[in-house]
Design a protein around this ligand. Structure first.
Ligand code: NAD
Length: 362
């Protein structure tokens, strides 16, 4: 197994180092190779995603990614900005499915803005198509309107579109993921208004027939946004398009209290994937040794589960994280009275120690 490791910018190097520490604590055979991406790659090679980095990512079984983004490069032309590294990787590796679990560890229920009883034990998975929809549909641009309420005036326009294979492949990811969980899929759309959504809904229903063990229901995006804050635990797997998924996944992230806890996976058709925390490079705390490494450590667990097929090892990481939280250790972002504040590497060490303890009791 070969893992391409791209720590990126800001806190990226600090949090990825902890994830590697945790992976090394498991009895697994894998090879890691590091490469630059983002602002650091621009500084060294004049491009945020150098060819050598892309080649490594394409050849590896999985990519472990930190975060990119550095205010020093915000004035560059868009194709040279650090964030282009992640967009380029998604495109070149064909990473169409973005998986974001929103898990609320019992011990952190107080960190949510919702009442603890609504959120404690939450475990939902949001699956978002990441390469289609109105974000990529052509044509798009500005022109003079020929119709609408103000013909002859300037207008901006985009195209919302989905092809049958695009919807089918994300549907299969959703149903197969649900089979590993509570076997429920909620497909979110706006079929009462949008043709694209009605098409999406019809295909979801069609593909769903191939998975009789999974219960499928459909929900309009406005209702889904409401239900996510009203009764989030009712959901198991949510599948939706790029635009609605962008909004819902951030809403779900906030339910759990800290962005520093949330992993993510981006998968291709062959289940090769890129694994990264849901947060950015956090330049405000970079270099201080206080960033929460748990989102990245949990992303490494997702990598073991989805791309490297090491389910037991993935489970061991996740239960070690639970143990560490239960023991009261917290980084600054999830600290509350009565718990013990620790830094980035101390948190990584604690997860390693919990894994070692579990090995002794096995
Ligand atoms: P951010 O997620 O980096 O930070 C938002 C807030 O959350 C900050 O206060 C930060 O300190 C805190 N935070 C984030 N991760 C944390 C962690 N692990 N532990 C503790 N606190 C944490 O978002 P931003 O400030 O909007 O963006 C900063 C940079 O990151 C920008 O350049 C942006 O473009 C980039 N970005 C990159 C990605 C990516 O690499 N996939 C995603 C989002 C943003």
């Amino acid at each position: 197994m070969k893992i391409a490791v791209l720590p990126g910018d800001g806190i990226g190097t600090e949090i990825v180092a902890e994830a590697i520490k945790v992976l090394n604590a498991l009895d697994l055979k894998f090879e890691t190779e590091f490469a630059l991406a983002g602002g650091v790659a621009y500084a060294a090679h004049g491009h945020p995603l150098p060819q050598t980095t892309l080649k490594l990512a394409k050849e590896a079984d999985a990519v472990l990614f930190g975060a990119v983004g550095d205010w020093r490069y915000d004035q560059l032309d868009r194709p040279l900005r650090p964030e282009q590294a992640i967009l380029g990787l998604r495109k070149h590796l064909g990473l169409f499915a973005n998986l974001r679990p929103a898990i609320c560890f019992e011990q952190l229920a107080d960190a949510s803005s919702l009442k603890p009883e609504l959120i404690s034990g939450l475990d939902i998975l949001i699956i978002r198509d990441a390469t289609g929809d109105v974000y990529f549909g052509q044509p798009r641009g500005r022109r003079t309107a020929v119709d609408g309420p103000f013909p002859g005036t300037e207008e901006g326009f985009d195209t919302m579109r989905y092809s049958r294979p695009e919807v089918e492949r994300i549907a299969h990811v959703a149903f197969q993921s649900a089979q590993q969980r509570a076997k429920r899929v909620t497909s979110v759309d706006k079929a009462n208004v949008l043709e694209t959504s009605q098409f999406w809904r019809d295909i979801m229903t069609e593909v769903g027939k191939q998975y009789p063990d999974v219960e499928l229901d459909h929900m309009y995006i406005d209702n889904a946004a409401m239900q996510l804050v009203k009764a989030p635990k009712k959901f198991d797997v949510i599948v939706t398009g790029n635009l609605f998924g962008d909004i819902l996944s951030d809403e779900a992230a906030m339910l759990t209290g800290s962005i520093g806890m949330l992993p993510s996976a981006s998968l291709s058709a062959s289940h090769r994937g890129l694994y990264e925390p849901s947060h950015g490079s956090a330049p405000d705390i970079a270099g201080k040794g206080i960033a929460n490494p748990l989102a990245t450590i949990l992303s490494a667990a997702m990598m073991l589960r989805f791309s490297l097929k090491q389910t037991t090892a993935a489970n061991r990481i996740e239960s070690a994280v639970r143990d560490v939280l239960a023991s009261g250790l917290r980084t600054a972002d999830i600290y509350s009275e009565g718990t013990r504040r620790v830094g980035t590497s101390e948190m990584g060490d604690a997860v390693v120690a919990a894994i070692a303890r579990s090995a002794r009791t096995d």
